[in-house]
Design a protein around this ligand. Sequence first.
Ligand code: 3DU
Length: 215
Amino acid sequence: MRMDSKLILALDETDKDKALGIAKQVSGIVDAVKINWPLILAVGPEMINELSRTVDVICDFKVADIPNTVRLIVGNAVNRGASAVIVHAFTGGDSLRQAVDTAAGRASIFAVTEMSHPGGAEFTAPNAEAMAKLGVECGVSGFIAPATRPDRITAIRAIIGDKLILSPGVGAQGGAAAAAIEAGADYIIVGRAIYQAKDPVAVAKKFATDIRTAL
Ligand code: 3DU
């Protein structure tokens, strides 16, 4: 995954033509496109193949299952062209290791520590540090940490050394790109603020500028 703008588009648009159009428009600005169940369920898993021909695709499947099912999900996503897959860390070391082994250098595995919405403070936040430690032991490439609580990005950074932090929660959820970068995030994930904008290119450029300025 390249590291130019450090901006990742969360493409939760469920109309196929609109989704492909926005991805094409911003593909020169963002470093990757993250896709999630809304787009996969509305359009189909071939979106992974299609998008990955022109841009790095992160499959945000938040995989949370037994190792065998993790293997099947991660393997299918990677075979379709995913550059990275997001998994939950709370499933434990065997499932996390299985994700890393299945990706086997062909793709990155990012583990969710603490979720960005208010409910993320209930169960994920109190366990985030332990999940980050486990993720490091299991060899994941990086972590998902909340831009809505920048201090928590800093707490995770203190545990994971130079592993990557991808940070959602900017824009529609109220977080700010600059604050997340200053707290230690490597990439900012932005969805609705870009794909629902009248001018997604202008908004993406603005976020890229915010990130560059904060570095
Ligand atoms: O709120 P936005 O529209 O910018 O989208 C954020 C995306 O990141 C969306 O796909 C959501 O499912 C994902 N995400 C979080 O927002 C928060 C997390 O803790 C993990 C993933």
